[in-house]
Design a protein. Structure first.
Ligand SMILES: Nc1ncnc2c1ncn2[C@@H]1O[C@H](COP(=O)(O)OP(=O)(O)OP(=O)(O)O)[C@@H](O)[C@H]1O
Ligand SMILES: [Mg+2]
Length: 324
């Protein structure tokens, strides 16, 4: 996408990120500091482990919360407007309004249960698979609400692919896994399938590792390879948007960094939305970050701003590990 709009600058110093704590290592879940942070007597440097604790009172803040949502001056891949979602009587999303820009990486962060996966799954209507879900508001894809009754959900999911937390290759060969979506579409010409499988595996950096064993079971691959295979499977059908729900949380740091490099590459061809509990990962891979809390977007801005100069105290408290 060449719109003449400035790309968000790469994230530079993440001044608010703690040296340890949330997301200090790949795949870590933020941990609440235990008790007030005082200058440590056991720390020979005498330095504090983290800035002074200024925990906001979440329930008090919820009452007066006015979200800070940036206006994104870039073409929208998805335009979410006033989205509310209930599981039965429990409202899981409240008035979500934000734009997911094309060919960018957008990260959703926030404490467990805040609605990140629910929001992500709304985009390609994966929540349809859950009983008793009620949704109001809209998610516009090319100006059309994905919740409209005349939407072809299979076509929607072809345009908006998904990669899950736990890699889920089918118990089939490596080749068949990548070719699966194409075959479902009735594309069975061998040479076409072969070309697309090769290209997809090359795009995820897996080709050299598997080219001699395409007919072997995908389940024999390592966890990191399986996750890249699942990404290859997702992109083989050329979706416009790829949703990734904690794609690295089960991976070791080396496999994680491969997937992160891959995300950087893929955004040239796809729009990526990633849920992560790893603050460092969000800061490294994403252009924009939405901080969710109790089913609301508290703040949405360029990632650099979120991690260096957030508008909301609650955002700062979360990314510096004061709660979560
Ligand atoms: N299938 C479901 N049925 C009923 N409630 C659900 C369902 N899925 C999620 N919820 C509830 O909706 C809320 C948001 O859940 P969601 O899974 O979206 O959170 P999350 O931010 O992705 O959390 P995590 O970081 O733990 O993955 C939670 O209160 C959760 O219990
Ligand atoms: Mg989740």
């Amino acid at each position: 996408m060449e719109s003449g709009v400035q790309s968000p600058e790469k994230v530079k110093p993440k001044t608010l990120l703690p040296k340890f704590g949330p997301g200090a290592g790949a795949g870590e879940i933020p941990k609440k500091p235990e008790g007030p942070i005082e200058p440590s007597m056991s720390d020979p440097s005498g330095e504090r482990a983290a800035p002074p604790r200024r925990v906001s009172n979440p329930s008090e803040l919820a009452k007066g919360l006015v979200p800070s949502i940036i206006d994104i001056d870039e073409p929208a891949a998805l335009d979410v407007q006033g989205l509310d979602l209930w599981y039965g009587t429990m409202q899981a999303l409240h008035q979500i309004t934000l734009v997911i820009p094309e060919h960018r990486v957008t990260a959703f962060i926030g404490p467990s249960g805040c609605g990140k996966s629910t929001l992500l799954r709304s985009f390609n209507r994966m929540n349809d698979l859950v009983d008793n879900v009620r949704i109001t508001g809209s998610v516009l894809l090319d100006g059309k609400n994905v919740f409209d009754p005349d939407i072809d959900v299979n076509m929607l999911r072809r345009r908006i692919g998904m990669v899950f937390q736990k890699s889920n290759p089918f118990p089939k060969s490596i080749f068949e896994n990548v070719a699966y979506g194409l075959q479902v579409e009735g594309r069975t010409r061998k040479s076409e399938l072969h070309d697309i499988v090769v290209r997809s595996l090359q795009r995820v950096g897996l080709w050299d590792e598997v080219k001699d064993r395409l007919d072997r079971s995908a389940l024999d691959l390592s966890g990191g390879q399986q996750q890249r295979l699942c990404i290859a499977r997702a992109i083989a059908v050329e979706p416009e948007i790829v949703l990734m729900d904690e794609p690295c949380s089960a991976l070791d740091p080396i496999a994680t960094s491969k997937v992160e490099e891959l995300i950087e590459e893929l955004k040239h061809d796809f729009t990526i939305v990633i849920v992560t509990h790893n603050m460092q990962q969000a800061a490294r891979v994403s252009d924009y970050t939405a901080f969710l809390w109790l089913g609301r977007v508290v703040e949405y801005d360029q990632t650099q701003t979120i991690f260096t100069n957030p508008s909301q105290q609650l955002t700062e408290d979360y990314i510096t590990g004061r709660f979560g």
